[in-house]
Design a protein around this ligand. Structure first.
Ligand code: 4NP
Length: 156
């Protein structure tokens, strides 16, 4: 099995590259880590080619995560190349569904559907807020990614 997961947000510089970095770290502890395809993208094109927001990179680094990602926009191939497109909020969900082909390999869902605390309705955009918003986004991303992995890809 070659699991393929892509995280999707609006700009691909805050939430989805953060989720990608967290998820990569979790998967790296598995014996089949090399089989996994893990990526992220944005529905918008403003930040294509850009490194993640410095605030996101700082929040990641404080927890020992790294990101080499550069922004890219969601494309038609993503619906066939991934098993899951995990979006961050309802706006992402409707934007992705609006361009989804009728035959999509990828299942489209909100990452917060796997909140083990069942508190979050979305991973809210921290872009217009302060530094502390990036830490709480990471709290949520960490617990949702762990739970998603346990639920959807349980270790044998
Ligand atoms: P993201 O945050 O979707 O988590 O990457 C945003 C980053 C940039 C913008 C919006 C959201 N922007 O409008 O430029």
């Amino acid at each position: 099995m070659q699991p393929a997961i892509c995280f999707v947000c609006l700009g691909n510089i805050c939430r989805s590259p953060s989720a990608e970095a967290v998820f990569r770290q979790l998967v790296s502890q598995r014996p089949d880590a090399a089989q996994w395809r893990i990526d992220s993208c944005g529905t918008g094109d403003w930040h294509v080619g850009k490194r993640p927001d410095p605030r996101a990179l700082r929040a990641l680094a404080r927890r020992g995560y790294e990101s080499e990602h550069r922004g890219r926009q969601l494309c038609a191939g993503d619906f066939q190349n991934f098993d899951w497109l995990l979006v961050m909020d309802d706006s992402n969900l409707s934007d992705v569904r609006a361009v989804a082909p009728s035959q999509s390999r990828a299942r489209i869902a909100k990452l917060s559907d796997w909140d083990p605390l069942q508190q979050a309705q979305a991973v809210a955009d921290p872009y217009y807020g302060g530094e502390e918003g990036f830490a709480s986004v990471l709290d949520l991303i960490e617990r949702c990614c762990e739970h998603f992995l346990q639920q959807e890809y349980p270790r044998k």
